[in-house]
Design a protein around this ligand. Structure first.
Ligand SMILES: Cc1cc2nc3c(=O)[nH]c(=O)nc-3n(C[C@H](O)[C@H](O)[C@H](O)COP(=O)(O)O)c2cc1C
Length: 181
């Protein structure tokens, strides 16, 4: 049996397709067991981008948030069932909450509880650099959005937080996996 990790997906459409591709790639190339946990909006946005069925078909365990402790991911993390908790992609909302110690959703609560017992948490926030970026709409069209200074500041706050590693690029996920496999 492979190394077991928990992978949290929040409601960010930006780089969602790339993230799902990387998830499948690391599953194929490494001795891993990936359990997927979706925020409520993570499920909504996966459906918007027509990726929900693909994720369900590719991963044996996909659970969607009912509340901060349901499913009880925080306990599984604290009891050592997972080698690490990876959150990708992370919305500006989830990052803002975590940066300010709020733990009222499945992903933010699980991350906070994991950090309390030194289970490594990795996060890939979509909004990392201030300024304009082009993102893909669910129908394939481009949309120009401006990343806010406040959201970038929250990412910087997370970078300084003990127990969590902010990934600057989505490609760094493979390095994280390689280290534990
Ligand atoms: C189609 C779609 C795409 C979205 N993409 C993003 C995104 O790229 N980044 C972001 O921060 N929020 C995005 N949102 C908004 C979040 O889903 C929203 O802030 C939500 O409350 C996040 O909840 P969560 O952090 O618990 O997943 C998107 C929403 C929709 C409907």
């Amino acid at each position: 049996m492979g190394v077991r990790i928990a992978w949290g997906i929040t409601g960010a459409g930006d780089v969602l397709g790339e993230t799902v591709a990387i998830m499948k790639e690391v599953l194929k190339n490494y001795d891993l067991e990936v359990h997927v946990y979706l925020s409520k909006e993570g499920e909504t946005v996966l459906k918007f981008y027509k990726l929900f069925e693909e994720v369900k078909e590719s991963f044996p365990r996909v659970r969607t948030e009912k509340g901060p402790n349901a499913p009880f991911l925080s306990a599984k993390l604290q009891l050592g069932e997972y080698k690490l908790f990876l959150i990708a992609p992370a919305t500006a909302n989830t990052v803002a909450k975590m940066a300010h110690g709020i733990a009222d959703s499945l992903i933010t609560n699980s991350a906070a509880q994991a950090m309390k017992v030194d289970v490594p948490v990795y996060i890939f926030p979509v909004d990392q650099k201030e300024g304009e970026v082009i993102t893909k709409l669910p129908d394939g069209r481009d949309l120009k959005v401006r990343i806010r200074k406040e959201d970038v500041e929250n990412v910087e706050r997370l970078r300084r937080m003990r127990g969590i590693t902010v990934l600057g690029q989505i490609g760094e996920i493979e390095e994280v996996v390689k280290k534990i496999c």
